[in-house]
Design a protein around this ligand. Sequence first.
Ligand code: SIN
Length: 311
Amino acid sequence: MPSTATTIGNFAFDNCLMNAAGVYCMTREELDAIEQSAAGSFVTKTGTLEERAGNPEPRYADTALGSINSMGLPNMGFQYYLDYVTELQNQPNSKNHFLSLVGMSPEETHTILKEIEASSYQGLVELNLSCPNVPGKPQIAYDFETTDQILAEVFSYFTKPLGVKLPPYFDIVHFDQAAAVFNKYPLVFVNCINSIGNGLVIEDEKVVIKPKNGFGGIGGDYVKPTALANVHAFYQRLNPSIQIIGTGGVKSGRDAFEHILCGASMVQIGTALHQEGPQVFERITKELKDIMASKGYNSLEDFRGKLNYID
Ligand code: SIN
């Protein structure tokens, strides 16, 4: 039977599939459901310095080809998630986890990361540089200078395993520029992609979500080609020590297989998890293993990054 086991940095996972931040990760109860599922890990909702209520509802809508959301980073505050992942790491047989965070300003981000550095948490940390839904706050990773400054300061004090969650890029020059920044730092991973920011979905002449007059992040089928392009572009450009987590448009084993073929070491599921619930992991794991078996692949290493081009 093929194995979908993987590693990110020094952390091992029995399965390469997990949730995407924002889905099934707001409360301990939701995270626990992922912990008990066939997923190899979970990432917490992005935690901010203080608890946040987020944007007014309705702020999420399923659509024919995926979803649109403008949640606005509702969360219980980073300490809630830090306490939970620290508690779990001390339990026998616990999976390894990802703690997601960002401040509402660079100063807040540093305050949070310094507290995590001082804590007993030993797991992976994901700095979210890509939320498109907080009014007045641009997606940080679209500003390469600010991103560079933040990472330079972070790595002056932060010694724990850190990765970044990225927005989609759409231009080859931007892949080059972003990779040049990330290659300067001892990042363990980059996660491509967050939702495609600021789309608009209309039904009966009306927007379907309330915040920002209907503008929101797009996920699901719409985003898979963009996600695959970002995974592969960074796989080609980043130092081999920086691994890729692939996120975007995964609702079948075939989608997960394609992310890995493009270079992903782990694959996250967002919209499909929201629509189907945690049993989605069992289904997609089986589909992925069936594809691997049909091709004679025993492990992810047999095909990771081995995308074929047309001569
Ligand atoms: C949100 O809370 O608005 C979604 C999180 C994200 O896109 O980073």
